[in-house]
Design a binder for this molecule. Sequence first.
Ligand code: NHR
Ligand code: GAR
Length: 208
Amino acid sequence: MKRIVILISGRGSNMEAIVNACAAEQWPAQVAAVISNRPDALGLQFAAARGIATGVVDHKQHASREAFDEALAQAIDAHAPDLVVLAGFMRILTPAFVARYDGRLINIHPSLLPAFPGLHTHRRAIEAGCKLAGATVHYVTAELDHGPIIVQAAVPVQPDDSEDSLSRRVLVQEHRIYPMAVRWIVEEALEVSGNRVTHRRGESQLVN
Ligand code: NHR
Ligand code: GAR
């Protein structure tokens, strides 16, 4: 059984999708813990109700990013994870943290990377006049939102879209591709070579 630790900052709907798929599809894995940097993150209640260990490492209680990341790593390592999953986790991680979890740290970002790394992605995609938006699951590297791409989903941008309407359309796809990506990793179905990630059984890494 592979052990998964999920990091959240808020609502945690991607975390929910992973917890639900893991149980429903009987993955050879368990979500060992859900950890938040915000004490009031809604997702913590869902996890606790499912009997999953929860933790809080509040970035406001730490003097530097290095100190926060060290405390976060301690909390994570208590659960001996094979895989660490960022699911709406909103703190940039230091190179030392990323190196510690090299090859077993993944993120979902609500854009078709390498377009629009960082914050306010939906607003920026609309302002840029994009006709296509989407979401990307990628391995985390020190450079923000630039790691090897595991799977992407595309959705249309409608002429009358607001940040809200576009983010809702993208989120539906996030809930499909994030569990898919985690499942591939726990099944050891992926091969990483430089920036390229391929699926050993040739499953499509593009949705829609
Ligand atoms: N850390 C590294 N090193 N590399 C990545 O690819 C990371 C990462 C940490 C988080 C998620 C990410 C996203 O998918 C992620 C990827 C937060 C920020 C940010 O600017 C940017 C990107 C992402 C997450 N955070 C502010 C900060 O100062 C705080 C914002 C807030 O608290 O609301 O850390 O988009
Ligand atoms: C998701 O859309 C995720 O892609 C995005 O925040 C939302 C979190 O929702 N992540 C980022 O923007 C990371 N900077 P959730 O908490 O319901 O999963």
